[in-house]
Design a protein around this ligand. Structure first.
Ligand SMILES: CC(C)(COP(=O)(O)OP(=O)(O)OC[C@H]1O[C@@H](n2cnc3c(N)ncnc32)[C@H](O)[C@@H]1OP(=O)(O)O)[C@@H](O)C(=O)NCCC(=O)NCCS
Length: 201
């Protein structure tokens, strides 16, 4: 029976692999982003390493098969991405010198723009999250349990509310968030992505 426990540094490769296998709109991203370290470097590992108190894994026989990763204060996290995370990955992914053209270019642009995370519309929802489970573990209640675990940790730290950004086309994920009490947050001039939020309690 899968179990939830806090992230450990030894989970790093497994967490990166889950990210890769779910990073193309919920599906396997390996053909879209051939550099398998890229998506985890943006959407998974900085969370696990900079905010381990808010990183939880779903395990099967103690091997991670899903995760939820949170940043309790998004503006602080964006600053730490700039000052602590980017220096660690900039050798592998140098700052872009030309406008992005390929999917990989677009992701490297995101990596080098952590300030994109800080927008006024989500100021009342200081935390944000990423959640991904491998396909065999989806639709069995584990996502709900992972979310409850993160919300409890955030509420215990007096973080009042959380938001997330998702691709608008990921309709299965939207159904999940709707069931878990997230509501739409209106943000001007975005349509490819949707912002959702809820209180932590
Ligand atoms: C989205 C995801 C995290 C949901 O986790 P999960 O374990 O599959 O969801 P759960 O089984 O805990 O479902 C919780 C509730 O959401 C509903 N739900 C989940 N997925 C749903 C779907 N595709 N369609 C309709 N309802 C859905 C469930 O019916 C359940 O409702 P209930 O508890 O009231 O009966 C998981 O499916 C996943 O990792 N998907 C691929 C990666 C991804 O898209 N991540 C999100 C990126 S923004």
């Amino acid at each position: 029976m899968p179990e939830i426990r806090p992230y450990r540094p030894s989970d790093r490769d497994a967490v990166a692999d889950i990210c890769v296998r779910t990073a193309d709109n919920g599906g396997d991203s390996r053909s879209l982003y051939p550099d398998l370290a890229l998506m985890p470097s943006i959407f998974a590992l900085p969370y696990a390493e900079l905010e381990p108190a808010y990183a939880f894994v779903l395990t099967d026989a103690d091997h991670p098969v899903g995760y939820i990763l949170g940043a309790p204060d998004t503006p602080t996290f964006a600053k730490r991405l700039r000052t602590e995370w980017l220096p660690r990955v900039a050798d592998r992914y140098p700052p872009p010198t030309a406008p992005p053209t390929t999917p990989t270019d677009h992701m490297i642009s995101l990596l080098h723009n952590p300030e994109r995370l800080v927008i006024p519309e989500v100021a009342a929802y200081p935390a944000h999250l990423h959640i991904d489970l491998l396909p065999p573990y989806q639709r069995a209640g584990h996502g709900r349990a992972l979310m409850a675990t993160l919300l409890k940790a955030l509420a215990a730290a007096n973080v009042p509310a959380i938001h997330l950004t998702m691709l608008t086309s990921n309709t299965p994920a939207r159904a999940f968030y709707d069931r878990l009490g997230f509501h739409h947050i209106s943000v001007p001039d975005v349509d490819v992505v949707t912002y959702l939020g809820r209180s932590t309690s």
